[in-house]
Design a protein around this ligand. Structure first.
Ligand SMILES: [Zn+2]
Length: 228
C-alpha cells in the first residue's frame, strides 16, 4: 500500500516560478517531486525495458507514447515514494488526453490519492519580462536560473553559476517573439486542462504568482493548512 495522500500539479506559464516553488516545497515540506523528463533520462541510463523504448523513440525523432509515461509514473509512485505525503508532478500531463489516461491509471491503482491543482497566475507582460531577461546555467544537470536584470546586462557573460560554477547562457528560445508564441500555446492548452480538471471535480486553486516565491509558498501553506 502506498502512503501518498495527494498529487499536486502546479500549472503556470514558463517563467511563472513553478520550478523554484517546487524546490521550496520539497526542501521545506518534505514533498517529493516527480519530473517525467528526469525519469525518462534515468530509465534510458539504467537501460530498463522502458528506457530502451524511450531511447528508440527519441532517436527516431518521435514523442514518447503517453502509455509509456503513465507506466513509468505508476511504477515510480508504487515503489519510490512509500513515505511521501504529497508528490508534485512536473512536466506531465501536458494535454487533456494525457490527463485523462493519467486519471484512469490513478483511479485503478491509487484510488485513495487525491489530485489538486494550483494555477500560478502571472500576467503575460511580466512573463515576457522575466523570460527575455533570463540567463541559465549551461550545465544541463544544474539548470539554475538567473536574471539578466539582477546580474547586470553587460556583466552576466562574465559570471559563473553559484551552484556548480559553470558558465551562464541565454536560451535561444528566450526571445520576445518566441516567448509570445510559447504563451499562446500555453494558454491554449491550459484552458482545456483547467476545464477538464474542474469537470472531473478536481480542486483547482488560483494563486497570484506575480509576487516573490516566498509569498507564493505562504499561500500554499495556507491552502494546505500547514503551520510552520
Ligand atoms: Zn549551475
Amino acid at each position: 500500500m502506498s502512503s501518498i495522500r495527494q498529487i499536486i500539479i502546479f500549472l503556470g506559464a514558463p517563467g511563472s516560478g513553478k520550478g523554484t516553488l517546487s524546490r521550496m516545497c520539497v526542501d521545506k515540506l518534505d514533498w517529493k517531486q516527480l519530473s517525467t523528463g528526469d525519469l525518462c533520462r534515468q530509465h534510458v541510463q539504467a537501460g530498463t525495458e522502458i528506457g530502451k523504448e524511450i531511447d528508440f523513440t527519441l532517436k527516431s525523432g518521435t514523442l514518447v507514447r503517453d502509455s509509456v509515461i503513465i507506466d513509468m509514473v505508476a511504477q515510480w509512485l508504487a515503489t519510490q515514494v512509500q513515505d511521501a505525503d504529497s508528490v508534485i508532478l512536473d512536466g506531465f500531463p501536458r494535454t487533456v488526453v494525457q490527463a485523462r489516461s493519467f486519471i484512469a491509471m490513478m483511479d485503478g491503482s491509487f484510488e485513495n490519492v487525491t489530485l489538486k491543482v494550483y494555477q500560478l497566475i502571472v500576467p503575460d507582460s511580466e512573463i515576457v519580462k522575466r523570460l527575455s531577461s533570463r540567463v541559465v546555467c549551461s550545465n544541463k544537470e544544474c539548470q539554475a536560473i538567473y536574471s539578466e536584470r539582477l546580474l547586470g546586462s553587460s556583466e552576466w557573460h562574465t559570471k559563473k553559476c553559484d551552484v556548480c560554477g559553470h558558465s551562464l547562457v541565454k536560451r535561444n528560445d528566450d526571445t520576445v517573439e518566441k516567448i509570445h508564441a510559447r504563451l499562446v500555446n500555453y494558454h491554449h492548452h491550459i484552458e482545456q486542462l483547467l476545464e477538464y480538471y474542474r469537470n472531473i471535480g478536481c480542486q483547482v486553486i488560483d494563486i497570484n504568482a506575480d509576487v516573490p516565491t516566498e509569498e507564493i509558498f505562504q499561500e500554499i501553506l495556507y491552502y494546505e493548512r500547514i503551520t510552520q
